[in-house]
Design a protein around this ligand. Structure first.
Ligand SMILES: Nc1ncnc2c1ncn2[C@@H]1O[C@H](COP(=O)(O)OP(=O)(O)O)[C@@H](O)[C@H]1O
Ligand SMILES: [Mg+2]
Length: 321
């Protein structure tokens, strides 16, 4: 078996509420919109990825059953990759998580207690699928449990989102330990970068302080991407409730601003974007829609660029003719 899935990124922190799911959904969605073939894998029993992408509320989620069955089959000696939920967006397929994912953790516990190599099962069952995609993204559960370990053991790259409260930054030390542990079975695992999530401002001093703590906590030289994903509670709540990604929410807000309800004056789309979409949108959309979409676009651009640079660096060059 290869050391890892070379096109996989695990998004993990070991803590909940730090933006893992939001990052997987939005970066995956933007990559797919840009023409990448993307597979997102939800390893969280809460299945929140299905809320952000809208496939939970419309009943398409299998609550983790496909992955559960594939892993169980693998341990019984049968090789059958899980069938993803196709075309959640153009170019974006998903392996959902949910109640079955919790049982998966129990199965992993049973097998790894006898043989630590069993943690490689996630990589093994996804290997036949991986070649059909440019990018695999793992969304991890909140606690540093065995599914997180399995994703770390399977991935070439790690992205760590963090908020700036003490607990989050402290959690990074545990994350660093999990990475060291994972490298026993996956020596190629490397930190791709850190996402600053839910920041109240882009204040340089604050960002610099957090950057220093993050780098110390992970014990690794980590690019910390800027801008941070700014705090936008209403937009975040709205997007998740509607199953829209930040750029889709922005597009919906722009459309609403340019086609107001009766008795309201139409608003020029460009002007609406410039002022943050307040005028004419009848408060149905958060004024932060444009900001949030812009933050994710910049994050996705940098993250994907770093990913491509890493792939290039590790691919042997063809001899020049
Ligand atoms: N830009 C934002 N500002 C404020 N809150 C946000 C923002 N983006 C997402 N949230 C909210 O933060 C919470 C945690 O985000 P989530 O991506 O689910 O984190 P995790 O997957 O690490 O638990 C969610 O309730 C989400 O709606
Ligand atoms: Mg989550």
């Amino acid at each position: 078996m290869p050391t890892c899935l070379t096109n996989a990124i695990v998004v993990a922190n070991g803590k909940g509420g730090v933006g893992k799911t939001s990052v997987v959904a939005n970066v995956g969605g933007l990559a797919a919109a840009g023409g990448w073939k993307v597979l997102a894998v939800d390893l969280d029993p809460q299945g929140n990825l299905g809320r952000d992408l809208g496939y939970l509320t419309d009943g398409r989620s299998d609550r983790g059953q496909a992955l559960f069955a594939a892993i169980q089959a693998h341990f019984a000696g049968h090789r059958e990759p899980p069938e993803p939920l196709r075309d959640v967006r153009p170019n974006l397929d998903v392996i959902p998580g949910g109640t079955y994912t919790r049982d998966l953790n129990d199965i992993l516990a049973r097998h790894t207690s006898r043989n630590l190599d069993a943690i490689k099962v996630l990589q093994a069952v996804l290997e036949p699928l991986a070649a059909s995609y440019n990018l695999l993204l793992f969304d991890c559960p909140p606690r540093g449990d065995l599914l997180q370990d399995a994703a770390l053991a399977a991935s070439r790259r790690l992205v760590v989102p963090t908020t700036f409260d003490d607990g989050s930054v402290d959690g990074l030390t545990l994350m660093a330990e999990a990475v060291q542990e994972a490298r026993v079975r996956n020596p190629d695992l490397e930190l791709l970068g850190v996402v600053l999530f839910n920041f109240a401002s882009q204040a340089r001093q604050l960002v610099r302080e957090v950057t220093e703590e993050v780098t110390a906590g992970l014990g690794d030289i980590a690019p910390v991407w800027r801008p941070a994903i700014r705090s936008a509670p209403r937009a975040a709540r709205d997007t998740r409730r509607r199953g829209l990604l930040a750029h889709e929410y922005e597009a919906a807000a722009l459309a609403a601003a340019s086609s107001p309800r009766d008795g309201q004056r139409p608003v020029d789309q460009v002007a609406a974007a410039e002022i943050g979409l307040v005028a004419g949108s009848s408060r149905r959309y958060s004024s932060a829609a444009g900001t949030l979409a812009g933050d994710y676009q910049q994050l996705a651009d940098q993250l994907l660029e770093a990913f491509v640079a890493g792939v290039r660096a590790s691919t042997p060059q063809e001899p020049q003719r």
